[in-house]
Design a protein around this ligand. Structure first.
Ligand SMILES: C=C(O[C@H]1C=CC=C(C(=O)O)[C@@H]1O)C(=O)O
Length: 433
């Protein structure tokens, strides 16, 4: 059952907070965290505007993703959230696992203009805004006074464990058990002081202008998840244009001499071409399941993702032209987890991952993004695959990275690939020191 959001219509918003002036993202984030409210900051690819939501649900509701039902907010789902895509399965078969941050406070920060802030009214909102008025003077000046240093926590067996698992996967694929699997690993680093999530978020936005950058604070778990992901899972724009992408195959975006590679000249091996084609094939199979043929496929082409380059294909559908308004919800349920984070066939790869990875992926390789956000042109949804991410728990950061394996994988090279993927966030955190 979906939680009741009847109190969250836009008419419930008040402008009362204007009494307290223009709050900054830092003010709103800090007050949310002091009061134990979940909050999220995000910036869409190739955009300047930053967005923030504070939810007054101290314990976040679990929802089954129905984009037609959910009010404006932000969803974040764990990897382990497989549905069969059919609408007749019950919640007992398919417990809702996606966390929903309702937009009780919603702020947009255009680059050079004043912030636009909306808030629901009521007792909790009143408490939030009065707290902000007393705390704002302090919190906005709360800047880290001395740089925090970063130390990698030793895990001497990590590489051999990973390489052994890759070798097992390759052996299973060579005897035909499955065609592709994505095996992941973690890397833990410790800060001397808990890092400032808003400062880190801003740095990620600057460093990765084409990524979807986010910071999600979940106080009930004591976690902040941060990411700069290049992979769009499902988006529906204000004109009803649906988009998804298949991303796979990885190489450094730099030449050995440190100069940037030209995407059009990047060379890809047969293994990488096949690895990415399997993701595209998976998406096309999802379209086939719903008998949808009217999609536009563009690619594959080389795509820069920060320090890395991938092969990417985009798929676009005009949901109005095909009269399929629920396409976003249907495809999201069918697509997750794609072959970019799980494998082919999906269920066999999922079982292999469950049996061989020794860490819980939690929210890594799930999906996240704003849903039904009202803009001047209409409502839009932008959901991304949660990769190039880390979990912050106070001073401890756990980075997650995976590599797509086929029967042609070389275990040591796959380890190196996960190291490069960890660098996406590490590089930015190290510059912070
Ligand atoms: C699973 C991850 O990346 C996926 C997306 C692009 C390229 C990938 C690869 O080359 O293996 C992965 O499929 C990750 O970054 O943890």
């Amino acid at each position: 059952m979906q939680p009741d959001y009847s109190n969250t219509t836009s008419s419930a918003y008040s402008t009362e907070h204007h009494r307290f002036g223009q709050p900054s993202a830092v003010d709103l984030w800090e007050v949310a965290s002091l009061l134990g409210f979940p909050a999220v900051l995000w910036r869409l690819p190739n955009q300047k505007e930053k967005h923030l939501i504070v939810s007054f649900d101290e314990i976040l509701p679990h929802v089954s993703v129905d984009l037609d039902e959910l009010p404006a907010g932000f969803i974040i789902s764990p990897f382990d959230n497989i549905t069969d895509g059919s609408s007749d399965s019950t919640e007992v078969d398919r417990p809702a696992r996606t966390l929903f941050l309702r937009a009780d406070i919603q702020a947009v920060f255009p680059q050079d203009n004043q912030a636009h802030v909306k808030s629901t009214s009521g007792e909790t909102a009143e408490r939030f805004w009065s707290f902000l008025s007393t705390d704002a003077n302090n919190s906005s000046k709360k800047k880290s006074t001395h740089p925090s240093t970063l130390t990698a926590l030793p895990d001497p067996d990590a590489q051999s464990r990973y390489v052994r698992n890759v070798a097992k996967a390759v052996e299973a694929m060579q005897r035909g058990a499955f065609r592709k699997v994505v095996l992941s690993r973690t890397k833990r680093v410790q800060f001397t002081d808990a890092p400032n999530a808003v400062e880190l978020f801003d740095k990620l936005c600057q460093t990765y202008p084409t990524a979807f950058v986010s910071a999600v604070s979940i106080p009930e778990k004591g976690q902040i998840w941060m990411s700069a992901t290049p992979e769009r899972l499902v988006s529906i724009d204000t004109d009803g244009i649906f988009q998804t992408t298949s991303l796979a195959g990885t190489q450094s975006a730099l030449n050995p001499d440190g100069t940037p590679k030209r995407p059009a000249e990047a060379m890809w091996s047969q293994k990488e071409i096949e690895e990415q084609a399997l993701v595209s094939r998976y998406i096309i199979e999802c379209f086939k399941k719903i008998r949808l043929r009217e999609y536009i496929e563009e690619g594959p082409k080389s795509i820069i993702a920060g320090n890395l380059m991938h092969l990417g294909t985009s798929f676009t559908v005009d949901t109005q032209a095909v009269r399929y308004p629920q396409l976003g919800t249907v495809m999201l349920r069918l697509l997750h987890p794609t072959s970019a984070v799980c494998g082919t066939p999906r269920d066999v790869a999922f079982t292999f991952i469950s049996q061989h990875e020794t860490h819980d992926r939690e929210l890594y390789s799930g999906f996240l993004g704003p849903v039904n956000m009202n803009t001047t042109e209409g409502s839009a949804t932008d959901i991304f695959v949660h990769i190039r991410c880390m979990k912050l728990e106070g001073k401890l950061a756990t980075l997650y990275a995976g590599a797509g394996l086929t029967e042609d994988s070389v275990p040591e090279r796959e380890w190196q690939e996960t190291e490069m993927k960890c660098q996406t966030l590490l590089q930015v955190m190290m510059n912070d020191e």
